[in-house]
Design a binder for this molecule. Structure first.
Ligand SMILES: Nc1ncnc2c1ncn2[C@@H]1O[C@H](COP(=O)(O)OP(=O)(O)OP(=O)(O)O)[C@@H](O)[C@H]1O
Length: 240
């Protein structure tokens, strides 16, 4: 079985080599836990492994995403020009002068077929192997009953195109679970990011809750966000 290396220091050790190819993984966590940065790093490291990637931006302006990524030394503009990375703008609805410069635009993200058509076009054009959706929660915010159907549909399309994907799932502080039963059972893997106040300090940790097709660490590992990206301490355990 082929594995897709996240390339995030420490993370592939926890995953016993990487994410099994074509898995759709829910990246779940509360506000500020590092989901967007994790997703962006997964895609950027992919480019370095010659595995082009696509980020579907539903929560933030693509211009802001490029600026945020640059903070960590991930200059994606160059790779966008070379056709190794693409951002699908599902945020602006094409409104504003900056949005007019975006190559891939989804005007109505609640229209699943429009989203899938643009996604397919971008994947085929750049030969994408990795896809990040930030966030998948936005797609069914106003229609929670549709969550499972939406996730299954996306999973079917992405697996069919040979992609391995991270679906960012937003949950509230203290909320149990990872984004709802429909979604949790539909995905192939779940990585949960946490932020806990311990002795007056916020500590980051993550745990791989499920990953079809592989064994993995069952421990809660501390991680840091540095100016070069995420570092997961595979040799340490955080006890809560
Ligand atoms: N350059 C940096 N160095 C260290 N930490 C950073 C840096 N930039 C951002 N952070 C940390 O990352 C956090 C934001 O991470 P991210 O945007 O990935 O969170 P998120 O889980 O996607 O949150 P939300 O769901 O609220 O959008 C910030 O709150 C900050 O603590």
């Amino acid at each position: 079985m082929h594995r897709v290396k996240t390339g995030i220091p420490g993370m592939d050790e926890i995953l016993h080599g990487g994410i099994p190819e074509r898995n759709v993984v829910l990246l779940s966590g509360g506000p500020g836990t590092g989901k967007s940065i994790f997703c962006q790093e997964f895609l950027f490291r992919g480019i370095e492994y010659d595995e082009p990637g696509i980020l579907i931006a539903l929560e933030e302006h693509p211009v802001q995403i490029r600026i945020n990524m640059e903070q960590f030394g991930w200059d994606v503009r160059k790779y966008e020009k070379e056709g190794k990375f693409a951002i699908i703008d599902a945020f602006t609805s094409g409104i504003g002068s900056a949005a007019k410069r975006e190559k891939y635009i989804v005007r109505d993200p609640s229209d699943e077929m429009e989203l899938i058509d643009v996604m397919k076009e971008a994947i085929e054009e750049i030969g994408a192997k990795r896809v990040g959706i930030d966030s998948v929660t936005t797609l069914y915010l106003n229609k929670p009953m549709m969550a499972r159907k939406t996730v299954f549909l996306l999973k079917k399309v992405l697996a069919g195109l040979g992609c391995t994907a991270l679906f960012v799932s937003q949950i509230s502080v203290g909320e149990r679970g990872f984004g709802g039963p429909g979604v949790e059972h539909a995905v192939d893997g779940i990585i949960k990011l946490d932020l806990d106040e311990i002795d007056g300090e916020l500590k980051r940790s993550l745990i791989v809750w499920k990953m079809r097709g592989t064994s993995h660490s069952m421990r809660r590992h501390p991680f840091e966000i540095t100016d070069k990206g995420i570092i997961v301490h595979a040799d340490k355990v955080l006890k809560k």
